[in-house]
Design a protein around this ligand. Structure first.
Ligand SMILES: [Zn+2]
Length: 239
């Protein structure tokens, strides 16, 4: 194989490596994982809020329950006093007190029920949040496994191409490699071109017959007068 053909194979290997690197960076699982993580943070925040609400609600339920029991104990005491009293006025006053206590106890009971219902609703929301978190965590793990598999596949491919590249480099002179590396750096990864008929494959510009004749006379590996890539004077046609 001529040095020009070797150079073009090297260019192809480098281009494949470049594409693999891009594929590796842009694996869709990365964006999906970021999305899952954002959702997880959001649900986690909501879940913490619900846990706080539940604690407050439970505290309120306890308080109302205690209040109800205290009021009923108080009512029993007053009832006792009424039973022991023979004073009509005192009995009337105590009865009025019981009436007030009963109203307060009823209110506490009602609020206790309402808070209990609220507690149940909060528990449902908390269960939903936990379920969502566990689903997200499962999806996260699946995506992570998928990402690792895709990465491994691409890296294996890259390793194969890299081994081939190492072999190709052995057959190319140091001077040409240096020219190639400079062109690669200047041209975003594609440093060597070839002829597609009378076009440079790098910049697609048509070369005149005079230019082609002059470049052919110089060397198999010339420089494109337009894009300044190394131009292998082999007509390979469209690839
Ligand atoms: Zn060109």
């Amino acid at each position: 194989m001529s040095e020009g053909s070797e150079l073009l194979e090297l260019q192809e290997a480098d281009y494949k490596l470049l594409r693999l690197r891009k594929q590796l960076e842009e694996l869709p699982e990365r964006a999906q994982l970021a999305e899952i993580e954002a959702k997880r943070v959001e649900v986690q925040k909501k879940s913490e809020q619900v846990i706080r609400m539940r604690a407050e609600s439970e505290q309120e339920t306890d308080r109302l329950q205690n209040e109800g029991s205290e009021l009923r104990a108080k009512m029993a005491e007053v009832q006792q006093l009424i039973a022991q009293s023979s004073d009509y006025r005192e009995v009337a006053a105590l009865s009025k007190e019981i009436e007030g206590l009963a109203k307060r106890a009823e209110k506490a009971d009602f609020e206790y029920l309402k808070t209990g219902e609220r507690c149940e609703k909060i528990c449902d929301v908390q269960a939903q949040a936990e379920q969502a978190l566990s689903a997200l965590s499962k999806r996260h793990d699946e995506l992570l496994t998928q990402l690792e598999e895709q990465k491994k596949l691409l890296l294996d491919q890259a390793r194969g191409i890299k081994a081939k590249r190492d072999e190709l480099v052995k057959n190319i002179s140091r001077e040409l490699l240096e020219r190639y590396d400079r062109a690669v750096a200047a041209k975003n990864g594609v440093g060597a071109a070839y002829l597609e008929g009378d076009h440079c494959s790098g910049c697609r510009v048509q070369l005149t017959d005079g230019q082609l004749a002059k470049l052919r006379k110089e060397s198999e590996i010339a420089t494109c007068p337009y894009c300044h890539r190394l131009l292998v004077m082999l007509d390979i046609g469209k690839r």
